[in-house]
Design a protein around this ligand. Structure first.
Ligand code: PGA
Length: 239
């Protein structure tokens, strides 16, 4: 069965105590069979989260170094992420403001360490498609032997409570899909909340959803999972 990814990018949030509380609350539920939840905590908590990961969940990192091991003070390399149990890594989240040059190297490091990169791409302002050209050109050159997901995240929708209209999302996703046939799938992030998730899923264009800070609220996370589970059941009935 093709599973929908539900990625929780906790960003710079959490403490040992809060993480124990969060995992205890969600740990009562294992992942629904049609969903692959991915938790992306801050680096220092990866090991803690890995040790308490509920059944069916995966671990992801919020970024990785563009270097291999060596004299790079403070850097966390992709090998280390794989070593502590990560399967995925976010590359190029807009909040990090990294150049494409750096992102290309991070993608290489991720593949070398058998991590699946989730490459974030999104226009700075509504309809500013020109700002995507260089990233699209790079992504379209990647060989199909190197798996990656595309996370479409319009920068102007991140952190808000309202994603772009469905019409806008269809237009953007069609545009990206027509250029990036080599991707494993498309994920949407930017203002996804339990109140609007269903209408985004109803577009039937996505392999997953990426949620920022609010994914670290246990009630929000549980609601998002429940909506994805119900959605999977409805789709199964329709087949
Ligand atoms: P948001 O963040 O869900 O708060 O919009 C998404 C993201 O930054 O990946």
């Amino acid at each position: 069965m093709l599973k929908q990814l539900l990625i929780g990018n906790w960003k710079s949030q959490g403490s040992v105590e809060e993480i124990h509380q969060f995992i205890s609350a969600i740990g009562r539920l294992s992942a629904p069979e049609n969903v692959r939840p991915v938790l992306c905590p801050p680096f220092v908590y990866l090991d803690l989260v890995k040790k308490r990961l509920p059944v069916g969940y995966s671990l992801g990192a919020q970024t990785c170094s563009f270097n291999l091991k060596g004299a790079f003070t403070g850097e966390i390399n992709a090998n280390m992420l794989q070593d502590v149990g990560c399967s995925y890594v976010l590359i190029g989240h807009s909040e990090r403001q990294e150049s494409l040059d750096i992102l290309e190297k991070q993608m290489e490091r991720a593949w070398e360490s058998n991590l699946v990169p989730i490459f974030c791409i999104g226009e700075e302002a509504p309809s500013a498609w020109y700002s995507l050209a260089k990233k699209i050109s790079y992504l379209s050159s990647i060989s199909s032997a190197s798996p990656f997901f595309v996370a479409y995240e319009p920068v102007w929708a991140i952190g808000g409570k309202i994603p772009p209209s469905c019409g806008y999302l269809v237009q953007a996703l069609q545009y990206l899909k027509s250029h990036l046939k080599n991707s494993q799938g498309f994920i949407y992030g930017g203002g996804v909340r339990p109140e609007n998730l269903k209408e985004i899923l109803d577009l039937h264009m996505l392999s997953g959803i990426l949620v920022g800070q609010s994914s670290f609220q246990q009630t929000v996370w549980t609601m998002l999972l429940a909506i994805l589970e119900t959605y999977g059941k409805v789709c199964k009935k329709q087949v």
